[in-house]
Design a protein around this ligand. Structure first.
Ligand code: GLT
Ligand code: MN
Ligand code: MN
Length: 388
């Protein structure tokens, strides 16, 4: 195997400003790394062959600063995007950091906070449109509760939907070419967060007024925190045509949100994930929402960023090798993988139902079959370990 393990823009990798910009603060300790200037982050990312960057309003333009200063910060960002050739691939609102959002943003019990959160989002949607960002993410980190006595969840979900309907109306009214992507997370920073998993979010989207313009931004770490299979969540999201964006990182089950370097923990899961993304025709960006270990200095930050890319490209190469191995095709055929793509009964008709009723099944013979999955899965492991 001789994969080229460095990125080119056509791979469509992206990073958030807050990822390489993470200074290692955690609830128990202060920053351990110096601030990297936005322009230096963009240059560093462009040098790695990255395609895009994403930002929160407050990453880019100083919160509460006069409009003239915010405009200057935005113009400087646009200039560096032009110089580096990077694309602004996603934007989002910081609705979690300022104390005003301690009880939530779109779902705060205080209607004035809710109106402010929607206004803050509208302002940054204008910026996203100016920068040409096609995706606007909503991560509702503060949308939740510690005590279920504090909110009627049904009201909270109604307010959440109301805010998204309003903002979708704003995008349409302005004629912006922007789609929304909701990012589920089960907990942290709230005790319980609304829309905790991919499944909850997919169900919620079907209640929205402009549901065609709302999809998901699932994150490896968040689904894994719940002990759920990220692969299965992404596969269903793709099947429902709702994979608008994806947050790639790594995580151990049952821990806090670790946001580790992509591919540093669950290698087998990530093999299947990368294979799915590569084979599905997913055309969006592959967005790394992760950060370097707190032990690292600035050099370690760039090692971290290179590692995310390297692991993705290596797994993509492994997936291609796996899919072109004739032993894999034979094992899959034995297992019946291609047969699952064939309809079982076809669409309902009275005749089809009568035909099925008349059919005789040799249940014992059907039950005696082995599916050969041990052999197939060992080929997966052999390919990942490089011993196939
Ligand atoms: C925050 C969170 C991420 C979200 C970002 C978008 S902010 O860092 O942990 O998972 O994707 O708001
Ligand atoms: Mn994320
Ligand atoms: Mn996370």
């Amino acid at each position: 195997m001789s994969p080229e393990l460095t990125a080119r823009p056509e791979h469509k990798f992206s990073f958030g400003l807050w990822t390489v910009g993470n200074r290692g603060r955690d609830p128990f300790g202060e920053a351990v790394r110096p601030k990297i200037e936005v322009a230096d982050m963009l240059r560093g990312l462009a040098d790695l062959g990255v395609y895009g960057v994403s930002f929160h309003d407050d990453d880019l333009m100083t919160f509460g600063a006069p409009e003239s200063q915010r405009r200057a910060e935005l113009d400087a960002f646009k200039k560096t995007l032009d110089e580096t050739g990077l694309v602004c691939s996603m934007a989002t609102t910081n609705l979690f950091y300022h104390p005003v959002f301690k009880d939530g943003a779109f779902t705060s019990n205080d209607p004035q906070v809710r109106r402010y959160a929607i206004q803050k989002s509208m302002r940054n949607i204008d910026v996203a449109a100016e920068l040409g960002a096609p995706i606007y993410v909503f991560w509702g980190g503060r949308e939740g509760v510690e005590s279920a006595a504090a909110k009627d969840t049904r009201d909270a979900l109604a307010r959440y939907a109301e805010a998204l309907d309003f903002l979708a109306g704003y995008v349409k009214d302005k004629g912006y070419d922007i789609r929304f992507a909701l990012e589920p997370k089960p907990n942290e920073p709230r005790g319980d967060i609304f829309l905790p998993t991919v499944g909850h979010a997919l169900g919620f989207i079907s209640t929205l007024e402009h549901q065609e313009m709302v999809g998901l931004n699932p994150e490896v770490a968040h689904e894994t925190m719940s002990g759920l299979s990220f692969y299965q969540g992404v596969a269903q999201t793709l099947w429902q045509g709702k994979l608008f964006h994806i947050d790639l990182n790594d995580q151990r089950i049952g821990r806090f949100d670790q946001d580790f370097r992509f591919g540093s923990e669950g290698i087998k899961d990530h093999f299947f994930l990368v294979r799915l993304l590569e084979n599905s025709g997913y055309a969006g960006v592959k967005h790394f929402d992760a950060h370097a270990y707190r032990t690292e200095d600035v050099e370690g930050v760039w090692d971290f960023a290179r590692g995310c890319i390297r692991n993705y490209l290596a797994l993509a190469e492994k997936a291609r090798e796996f899919d072109s191995d004739p032993r894999v095709a034979a094992a899959m055929s034995y297992t019946g993988v291609p047969q699952l793509a064939e309809p079982s009964v076809g669409p309902y008709s009275t005749e089809a139902a009568a035909g099925l009723m008349d059919e005789q099944f040799d249940v014992d013979s059907l039950a005696s079959r082995g599916f050969g999955i041990e052999k197939l899965d060992q080929l997966v492991v052999d390919h990942i370990l490089g011993i196939a």
